[in-house]
Design a protein. Structure first.
Length: 217
């Protein structure tokens, strides 16, 4: 096998979190008197962390203080309601189990705030990931390679033996910035044609195909 470590994005890659993100966002927006958003709009807003989600959801010109207040309330609400309608994508649990059984280390790296990343991974995939890293105040967000580099260092796996898997341009940029191979999955939040996929990047429509690629390459 070519890889000893696979780092997975969370939202749109291993879990469909979109319905709970929309519900939490709209609940807080309604509470604060702002316009709510459709599932399709929220799909386009996510990917760069909670602060960017709030900035995109609020009207242009909203003050920084207001954005911070809404962000705080969103995090509080989402932390209590992050797992009402969140589910694994079909085939992903089996994929992770197959990779782990083959001796490949698994990690999760997300721009979602750290506590929610840990809770969701532990709830849906207990014991599956060697390391989970989300957003913290002192930790640069993706596409900065800080977290990916930390994961490789802590798990003692070289860049050449690491694969980064995600559903967005942010994930592909993270892989590039970390100097590791990247793979793009089409079942998540970004659809074909919405982002630029480097021609050398392998693309997978189903987890079974990604599993075969990792185990047979």
């Amino acid at each position: 096998m070519r890889y000893d470590l696979v780092i997975f994005d969370l939202d749109g890659t291993i879990l469909n979190t979109l319905y709970d993100l929309r519900s939490a966002l709209n609940a807080v927006l309604a509470q604060e008197g702002f316009e709510q958003h459709s599932l399709e709009e929220v799909r386009r807003f996510v990917g760069n962390g909670a602060a960017k989600l709030i900035a995109r959801a609020l009207p242009a010109g909203t003050s920084a203080a207001c954005q911070e207040d809404v962000l705080r309330k969103f995090k509080e609400f989402y932390s209590r309601n992050a797992n009402l309608n969140t589910i694994p994508y079909r085939g992903v649990p089996e994929m992770l189990s197959s990779l782990k059984a083959a001796g490949i280390a698994l990690a999760c790296n997300s721009n979602k705030f750290d506590g929610a990343v840990y809770d969701l991974c532990q709830t849906h995939y207990p014991g599956m990931f060697s390391l989970c890293m989300g957003d913290l105040p002192d930790r640069p967000k993706k596409p900065d390679p800080y977290a990916a580099n930390r994961i490789m260092e802590e798990l003692r796996v070289s860049r050449e033996r690491t694969l980064y898997v995600g559903d967005s341009d942010v994930d592909l940029a993270t892989a590039k910035n970390a100097g590791v191979d990247g793979a793009w999955v089409t079942w998540g939040f970004r659809k074909p044609g919405e982002i630029c996929i480097p021609k050398e990047t392998p693309v997978f429509d189903v987890p079974e195909a990604l599993t075969r690629y990792i185990l047979e390459t």
